[in-house]
Ligand binder design. Sequence first.
Ligand code: FE
Length: 356
Amino acid sequence: MSISRRAFVRAGLGAGSALTAIALGSLGQAKSGLAQGTSGGVLNLYSARHYDTDDALYSSFSERTGVQINLVEADADQLIERIKSEGTNSPADIFMTVDAGRLWRAQQEGLLQPVSSRTLEQAIPANLREPQGHWFGLSKRARVIVYNKERVNPAELSTYENLADPKWRGRILVRSSTHVYNQSLTGAILAAAGAEATEAWARGLVANFARPPEGNDTAQIQAVAAGVGDLAIVNTYYMARLAKSQNPEEQAVAERVALFFPNQRDRGTHVNISGAGVLRNARNKEAAVAFLEHLVSTQAQEIFAIGNNEYPVVPGAPIDSTIRGFGQFREDSVNAAVFGRNNAEALRIMDRAGWR
Ligand code: FE
């Protein structure tokens, strides 16, 4: 729970894998407003993401631009509170986290400023960034159905909406409604179906729970494999982590389950982002924008996305083989900002439906 602070002053690529080191070689070609070798000062990055592969990307940015990155790591809510309490004295230039719902929360608190960048606007599909440039998606994840192969015929699966059908009574696993992933999913259904249908859906879903919500997405997949329930709603990267695990027990879990992309015949599967925005009181806005632009080069995209087994946001950027193995799918193209805008109403609906 503690807030940690690290600096990447020409830290080198020591933590990177061979893949990272190779791919980073071409990052120097990425365009930015900062000339190579310029002494660009300091960039204060407040991040709720922490992967070794991200560290290598930060180091490569410092090497290319001369900008020193000070990294402050904590969970998203802690970082938001810290930036609020620091007020106009906040040294933070960039806020980075997962889920558009949390980026939206920072925006609502007035912490972010709009950014206009042709590089970001051309690289990132419009639905994966805030329309005024308050934040930008940098990688994406799908919220999918993972089912027990022995107990569910995939032909029975279709949509999120269908999970409210009584045929799933006592068979569905999902984490708590207090978690932003489910709030954003419910916000997406709200955008597609309206309040009345969404509340009916939430009630039907809760009626079908195999147990009261407990644990994270990994715990849901493990419970599906163990037969506690027959299917779970989870993010794709949790499945990828288990599939890639060196731990035989986790491998066995991954082998007992399969992944299904809901809503392929209508609006597409719910997709959320990991992303970042420039803070209102940023002292080094130029470097902050250059840093975001650095992360959307195709080479950086591959590394950034793989760091958490996610999909790149930039079309055509390389995809990790396990993730590619999940197959291609149609994505719901609603703007990620909608998840934030619908968050309060989604929460009220989940609450009324008894989703704890
Ligand atoms: Fe997660």
